[in-house]
Ligand binder design. Sequence first.
Ligand SMILES: Nc1ncnc2c1ncn2[C@@H]1O[C@H](COP(=O)(O)OP(=O)(O)OP(=O)(O)O)[C@@H](O)[C@H]1O
Ligand SMILES: [Mg+2]
Length: 259
Amino acid sequence: MTIEYLPLDASADTGVAVRVDHVNKRFRLYHERNQSLKSAIMRRRKSVYEDRWALRDVSFDVPRGSTFGLIGSNGSGKSTLLKCLTKIYWPESGTITATGRVAGLLEVGSGFHPELSGLENIYLNGSILGMSRKELDEKRDDIIEFAGVGAYIDQPVKNYSSGMYVRLGFAIAINVNPDILVVDEVLAVGDAEFQEKCRQKFADLKQQGRTVILVSHSMDLVTQMCDHAAWLQNGEVRAVGEAGPVIDGYLGFVGGGSR
Ligand SMILES: Nc1ncnc2c1ncn2[C@@H]1O[C@H](COP(=O)(O)OP(=O)(O)OP(=O)(O)O)[C@@H](O)[C@H]1O
Ligand SMILES: [Mg+2]
């Protein structure tokens, strides 16, 4: 089981930005009848647990430069897969290889310190994502402008609305200049103007040959944005390939008709 980030070497590029190869991820759910430590010790029995395989033998390639949609019902494993890709979770077996710099926007507020101001979080989060102090000094104005949170940039982010969190997080993630940008749903909490701005940013990234992996429940958005897609169901890949047929397959399955 490995997750590997390889440097992007244009001359040796295989055309694959991310390779997911036979990935399995398990969550172990413990059924504790008694919650206290004392009673657990008194009981002196092994915990009872049940395994839930959130990803089962998942394999697919994300072509470099594609905008790749990851779709499927609630609980199908989309977020788990993105968290494996960004090394938040470690799979039980299988390999994920990402070629280039990866930046992700996963959950509202993840990576932010609530007591620090927006500006301080730009520096904190930016450095976690691999930007130097100098790079951040150069980019901070662009980040602040894209985030568009106005005077709130000097306020602790715990006072932000969900939309403001996402705007700031997205502004930082795209300014890292990632080769691979991973976005989980969160854009949906942004307003129409911000979503339009994101759409344009995705188009720019695509033009620069960068790769975007996008999780969404909006089939309109995926249809509009994505050229390739994978459909996960119950932790397994049901379809992968060009976006159109994959989306149609999923919509047919859920009985939502066609696009
Ligand atoms: N930390 C965890 N501990 C235990 N089970 C988990 C954990 N994270 C996810 N799961 C389980 O793994 C499965 C896949 O969850 P995941 O969050 O990847 O789904 P999803 O496709 O992102 O769903 P949604 O569309 O609702 O966001 C679910 O059954 C979920 O309950
Ligand atoms: Mg999810």
